[in-house]
Ligand binder design. Structure first.
Ligand SMILES: Nc1ncnc2c1ncn2[C@@H]1O[C@H](COP(=O)(O)OP(=O)(O)OP(=O)(O)O)[C@@H](O)[C@H]1O
Length: 735
């Protein structure tokens, strides 16, 4: 509080001293010694004012630090010298400055001086440093960086944009015709000395205006077509970049949010950029030509107009900033609502079977309510900014008309020129108003692009892929002392020093209680995640030294809950292997025991649609199609992660017979707790709580009577107990 008081006191002191200096100097200038050098003395007065204020600032004990910084000194300089500069400018333009030179110390001049220096300070503060110094982009200037990025997408279409730019210039120039020739017509009416001038003026005005409209049409056409190309480029780049991210990224971001970002956000951004940016361009160009025409008619009125501009520039600057930050929040909220809707529809069967439609509707409603509350704030901000924009431009219009009237009365401007000037000025303020409203919208679109570029800029958190892609791969996999925790739960080690081997031509069964880390081993083998400790070797080479594409061709995984795509069975089996022949597909389907039901049970055979996420086929059918999809690649390493769990014993036996009897040198990892599968394995690895407790053949482990044998017993007891309980239940039902 005390500090604040000291600052106010300092400001008051500065003001008093400033007034005293100006008033005293103003009076002493009237002395006969200084009168002949009025112009020089004005500058001397300005410099004196600056020096005194500077001395007070630096020697007063509690002057604020800001005032003593470069910004403060700059402010004092602008404040003290703005009047001499203004008068000198007018003098340079050839106007009489006598009255102004001697009016320096009047209250009116002093007030003008304060107002102008305050506005110039704001403008200077905002724009000049960024032009003079090229500072590094900090987060606050992210918007500018994003705009530069967006303009980067336009680069390939430079020639088109040059054409657009030329058409904008031509069209804007044409638009100057109406005010210009209206002024000429006014002069004709006043003088009536050139009989053809009226008809000529109308003729030329019409031709120029029509040409301007044609240019505008062509320009719009080229611009919109090009912008849709830019939109497509951005959207496909974002999609590509998201696809390249590591699996841990998808663990954190929901698919609804991702879809919203790729489709809705890019759409919104491109739409507003193509509409708003084009208008911004039009109005900026118009503004340049209008101001040029105004300058040609009356420099004094034009300077007066420009002095009023800072007021109406600063308003959109602030409202634009508000929009930019708010747009990001609204988008995040919308993305969240979308993700709820996507999740609900993609799990509609679960939602319905738990009769939780109302619960999901409530969840969605809550998200929408949050978006609504953000939208309300945005709407209020928009209304407030529109209102302040109109008020500031109205104030500008009124003062220009007032000043213009005075100039006409003083015979400084002709009537025709004044008419033209007023018409130009009306268009000029319209253009400024339009710019003020479009500028925040463009900023909003740029704000939206920031989130999109976050994805484009994100480097996938995986070590760079290797270059190995040998023609022959044995398929020998070795996990050596592997330790791993999921990035979302870094404190919880899911695998603790796991060592195991998959041998070519052999089946390895991975057995163990739920949540022991079995599927995690597969995810590491697929290089979805990186282990924090130990290493994974493939044919004695580190896994990461192989090419990604190669790795996924050689290792096929049939997941616990395989996902089919909403396409035909044919496309599903040939997924990622478009060069496979139909013969390959039939062979794979036969091995997976799927060929028979595809050809006999489905109306369109291999062309039957599997439905979204394979919703139109049964669980067992889905698993067999997924096995066929894995086999068509002829993998050297095949991983079956509980992938026959939905098959009946008969089908499972057939699949196992086909897959496991003739390995052809292939390494197989079989994750299952079903003894029928485990017994076919050459080696059994028993994994519990992320640790390999035992490994060996099924018979050896049984004989050893260790944790594996105990687990097998528990499985069997569980089975018998269930059977027993089922029996009891049916008995009691009978009773
Ligand atoms: N994406 C993930 N992010 C964080 N934790 C995970 C993730 N996936 C699995 N986990 C956790 O890792 C542990 C091991 O999971 P994993 O799927 O490997 O077990 P599992 O042995 O295959 O189990 P089940 O036999 O039930 O399929 C579990 O505690 C699980 O909650």
């Amino acid at each position: 509080m005390k500090e604040k008081m000291a600052v106010y006191l300092f400001m008051f002191l500065l003001l008093c001293v400033d007034v005293c200096v100006v008033k005293t100097f103003g009076v002493t200038r009237l002395s006969p010694l200084l009168i002949p050098h009025s112009f020089t003395s004005l500058w001397v007065g300005g410099l004196l004012r600056f020096t005194v204020l500077l001395l007070i600032t630096f020697f007063y004990p509690s002057s604020p630090a800001w005032m003593r910084s470069a910004n403060g000194v700059q402010t004092l300089a602008v404040h003290s010298l703005v009047y001499p500069v203004y008068v000198s400018l007018l003098w340079a333009c050839g106007w009489s400055t006598m009255e102004l030179t001697w009016g320096w110390h009047t209250w009116q001049a002093m007030f003008h001086c304060y107002a102008v220096s305050a506005l110039s300070l704001l403008l200077w503060e905002r724009y000049v440093p960024s032009v003079l110094t090229k500072t590094k982009v900090n987060p606050k200037e992210k918007g500018q960086a994003s705009l530069q990025r967006l303009l980067g997408y336009v680069k390939p279409y430079q020639s088109r944009f040059t054409a657009v730019f030329l058409f904008v210039i031509a069209s804007s120039l044409g638009e100057m015709a109406i005010p210009h020739y209206t002024g000429k017509i006014t002069d004709w009416i006043m003088k009536e000395d050139e009989p053809d001038a009226f008809a000529n003026a109308i003729k030329i005005m019409s031709i120029l205006t029509v040409m301007s409209a044609v240019f505008e049409f062509v320009c719009d056409l080229i611009y919109n077509i090009t912008m849709s190309l830019v939109h497509t480029a951005i959207q496909s780049q974002v999609f590509e970049c998201v696809l390249k991210q590591e699996i841990a990224f998808f663990d954190k971001a929901s698919s609804g949010e991702l879809v919203s970002r790729i489709t809705k956000d890019t759409n919104d951004m491109s739409e507003s950029l193509s509409e708003e940016l084009s208008l911004l361009m039009w109005y900026t160009m118009r503004l340049v030509f209008l101001y040029g025409s105004m300058l040609l008619l009356s420099v004094r009125l034009s300077i007066f107009t420009i002095l009023g501009l800072p007021i109406i520039w600063i308003v959109p600057e602030f409202s634009g900033r508000f929009y930019q930050t708010h747009a990001v929040k609204v988008q995040e909220s919308l993305a969240k609502s979308n993700s709820v809707a996507t999740e609900t529809f993609s799990s509609i069967k679960t939602v319905k079977s738990f009769a939780n439609e109302d619960g999901e509707s409530e969840r969605y409603k809550k998200c929408l309510e949050h978006t609504y509350s953000l939208n309300k704030v945005e709407a209020a901000g928009y209304a407030a900014s529109t209102w302040t924009n109109s008020m500031s431009s109205l104030a500008l219009k009124v003062s220009i008309l007032y000043y213009g009237g005075q100039l006409v009365a003083g015979n400084n401007v002709s009537s025709g020129d004044l008419v033209s000037f007023v018409l130009y000025e009306l268009q000029f303020s319209q253009a400024v108003e339009a710019l003020m409203s479009y500028y925040p919208r463009v900023k909003k679109a740029v704000g939206a692009s920031e989130k999109i570029f976050e994805y484009v800029d994100r480097k996938p958190d995986v070590p760079p892929e290797g270059s190995l892609a040998p023609n022959a791969l044995r398929g020998h996999v070795r996990f050596s002392n592997v330790t791993f925790a999921y990035p979302t739960r870094p404190a919880e080690n899911v695998l603790k020093g796991v060592s195991l081997e998959l041998m070519p031509g052999k089946i390895t069964a991975l057995v163990g209680p739920a949540d022991g880390g079995k599927s995690t081993i597969v995810r590491l083998l697929e290089r979805f995640y990186q282990p924090q400790g130990g290493e994974i070797l493939l044919d004695e080479q580190p896994l990461q030294s192989y090419k990604d594409q190669y790795l996924h061709e050689k290792i096929s995984v049939v997941a616990q809950e395989p996902v089919l795509f909403g396409r035909s069975i044919r496309e599903n089996i040939k997924y990622g292997k478009a060069d496979a022949t139909d013969e390959d597909m039939y062979n794979a389907a036969k091995l997976a025991n799927a060929h028979r039901f595809i050809t006999s049970d489905f109306p369109n055979g291999y062309d039957t649609d599997a439905g979204e996420k394979g919703g139109k086929v049964s669980g067992g059918q889905k698993q067999r199609i997924a096995i066929a999809r894995a086999l068509i690649r002829r993998p050297q390493i095949l991983v079956l992660d509980d992938s026959t769990s939905d098959l009946d014993a008969e089908s499972e036996h057939v699949v196992h017979q086909a897959l496991l009897k003739n390995l052809n040198g292939r390494s197989v990892l079989l994750i299952t707790n079903k003894m029928s599968g485990v017994e076919t394995a050459d080696n059994v690895v028993f994994l519990e709580n992320g640790e390999v407790k035992e490994q060996g053949s099924h018979d050896d482990l049984q004989k050893r009577d260790g944790p594996y044998a105990k687990f097998v017993r528990l499985q069997n007891t569980g089975f018998h107990r269930n059977a027993h309980e089922d029996g009891e239940t049916s008995d009691s039902t009978k009773q």
